[in-house]
Design a protein around this ligand. Structure first.
Ligand SMILES: *[C@@H]1O[C@H](CO)[C@@H](O)[C@H](O)[C@H]1NC(C)=O
Ligand SMILES: *[C@@H]1O[C@H](CO)[C@@H](O)[C@H](O)[C@H]1NC(C)=O
Ligand SMILES: *[C@@H]1O[C@H](CO)[C@@H](O)[C@H](O)[C@H]1NC(C)=O
Length: 530
């Protein structure tokens, strides 16, 4: 029987040989591949811009026209960084590529909506290929998926208050890619007027930066998973000394930031990454100074900025129910110092009084870390992710169309980070939801029935939102709940667990406490302006 079926498949494949998809773009012909795990075509590694090798820390250049057909078959490009999966310093500056996954149903008469993924990785790491971000589950729902590389670490986020290196180059790479998509996606059967951008962690903060930026509107919906510009980790001050420090570590002695930058531009990027990792410099988004003729992306600290562009943009955002679970379970940073460590990321306190209050709220008078581990996880999760998202939701409410809020609590066999680090505790940690949206190639086990249901639900909710601006336009067997948006009066959210349940006010006591705490200490927030 098996043999017969195999024969049949071979016969069908033989009878209907598929041509490789060939697309005529404005820059020349691009040839992709037919996928073998679904009815879609892949265009891998299309260059959307080019790093300026004279100044790899600054603006990118347009990519020249293709003289011959561009063979879009390689999704392994990675910008210089340490690869988190093998701890090797890797990557090259020829990395401003994007991958396009196009369902076979897309035609010029049936243009499909587009979903653009911006990876996370703390602005230090990440790459867009199928190694992690496999498209199979999402494209089944008749959307085009685009995954975008952008510069990270020193090449993406060197921030010097100079016109050549004004900062946020990684975010500007994303912007360039979004412009490319707007201009070119119709050649691939995409609908340039239906573009949703989505991201996780630093990717979600990136999406939020696009939302608050003053650039033209290149998307009409946004999804932010476990990240916002209000995260205490999302922005730092510019540091004109950074290149001098890096150059010094590479044996080039200068006091002049420009000389140091020119030197670093001439050095193998892997060496630059190596010394950046050894330093305690932070290469992160920053507020840029204004220069004539230089495109500016982050113009003020997010805590002070409005979001005029959010008007009429539906927003879907949320976080996982135990964000900081994984760090704690593998023995990282769970001691009583976490209160000071995390609170001083956001606040300038003169004394310990406020920090003591927070500590008492979370752990009372306990001094034994082992007895309060879960409380410490809650505190760290709240400060890093939950409460920033919660505050963003309030901010969006004042500016946006509909805001859909979720908490992902599902604990299955393929929660991404728990799976990688062998964490067996219950709950969903940071980035655990990724493997229910993407076919992560390193997870080779076939999904269990429950996990497959979660994959089907997540991808259906997300792609419904992309198509209709509403994750549950109909009640179905798969999605038996109507997910209603947040209102000023009722903070509804969808709890995504073994079942889908509509609930109200996630972690109510903790969020209410922190709401009070933040409004009381607002003037002490770093970056705060009256
Ligand atoms: C895509 O759009 C840009 C404009 O943003 C254009 O300059 C470029 O030629 C297009 N690229 C391709 C490959 O068609
Ligand atoms: C590349 O960067 C250098 C240094 O900032 C600049 O002088 C040059 O004009 C840039 N190249 C192009 C083609 O813009
Ligand atoms: C997780 O467990 C597997 C199998 O026991 C092992 O091969 C792997 O090294 C472990 N990974 C970590 C990060 O501990």
């Amino acid at each position: 029987m098996k043999f017969v079926i195999l024969q049949l498949c071979l016969t069908v494949a033989w009878a209907a040989p598929r041509l490789d998809p060939l697309v005529d773009s404005k820059r020349g012909l691009i040839r992709g591949l037919q996928a073998t795990d679904g009815d879609y075509a892949m265009f891998l590694g299309i260059p959307y811009a080019m790093v300026n090798y004279t100044n790899p820390f600054g603006p990118s250049l347009p990519y020249p026209n293709f003289e011959e057909t561009f063979e879009a078959i390689d999704d392994t490009a990675i910008c210089p960084q340490i690869n988190e999966f093998n701890n090797q310093i890797t990557g090259s500056l020829d990395c401003l590529h994007l991958n396009l996954y196009v369902p076979n149903t897309a035609t010029s008469l049936n243009r499909l909506p587009v979903l653009v993924w911006i990876y996370g990785g703390g602005f230090q790491i990440g790459f867009s290929g199928r190694y992690v971000y496999g498209p199979k589950y999402l494209v089944r729902n008749d959307v085009i998926l685009v995954t975008v590389n952008y510069r990270v670490g020193p090449y993406g986020f060197m921030c010097l208050d100079t016109p050549d290196v004004s900062g946020n180059q990684g975010l500007k790479d994303q912007l360039t890619a979004l412009r490319w998509i707007k201009e070119n996606i119709s050649a691939f059967g995409g609908d340039a007027n239906k573009v949703t951008i989505f991201g996780e962690s630093a990717g979600a903060a990136s999406v939020d930066f696009h939302l608050i930026s003053e650039q033209e509107k290149l998307f009409d919906k946004v999804i932010m998973q476990s990240g916002t510009t209000l995260g205490p980790w999302a922005i730092v001050e510019s540091n004109p000394n950074a290149p001098i420090i890096l150059a010094d570590k590479l044996g080039f002695d200068t006091e002049d930031s420009n000389e140091a930058i020119n030197f670093l531009a001439s050095v193998d990027p892997k060496l630059v990454i190596a010394v950046a990792l050894e330093s305690n410099l932070n290469f992160m988004p920053c507020v840029e100074e204004e220069f004539d003729g230089v495109e500016r992306f982050v113009t003020e600290h997010p805590i002070n900025s409005g979001i005029p562009k959010a008007k009429d943009i539906p927003i879907l955002t949320g976080y996982n129910n135990r964000e900081m679970l994984v760090g704690a379970s593998i023995g990282e940073s769970t001691d009583l110092d976490v209160f000071e460590k995390y609170l001083t990321m956001s606040f300038n306190f003169d004394d310990d009084e406020m920090m003591t209050l927070v500590k008492q709220f979370y752990i009372g008078d306990e001094t034994n870390v082992g007895d309060v581990k879960d409380n410490l996880i809650d505190f760290q999760s709240d400060i890093m992710f939950n409460h920033p998202v919660h505050r963003s939701v309030q901010k969006y409410l004042e500016n946006s169309g509909n805001v859909y809020h979720y908490i992902f609590s599902y604990s299955g066999d393929r929660n991404f980070v728990k799976w990688r680090l062998n964490v067996t505790e219950d709950g969903a940690g940071h980035a655990d939801e990724i493997s229910y949206l993407f076919d992560v190639s390193i997870i080779q086990e076939t999904p269990t029935e429950e996990d497959q249901t979660t994959i089907d639900r997540m991808t259906k909710l997300w792609t419904n939102f992309v198509k209709y601006g509403n994750p549950t336009p109909d009640i179905t067997e798969l999605l038996p709940v109507q997910w209603t948006p947040v209102t000023k009066e009722v903070l509804t959210y969808l709890d995504i667990d073994n079942e889908l349940t509509l609930k109200r006010r996630p972690f109510h006591d903790r969020m209410a406490f922190l709401d009070l705490f933040y409004s009381m200490n607002k003037h002490l927030l770093k970056g705060y302006k009256d």
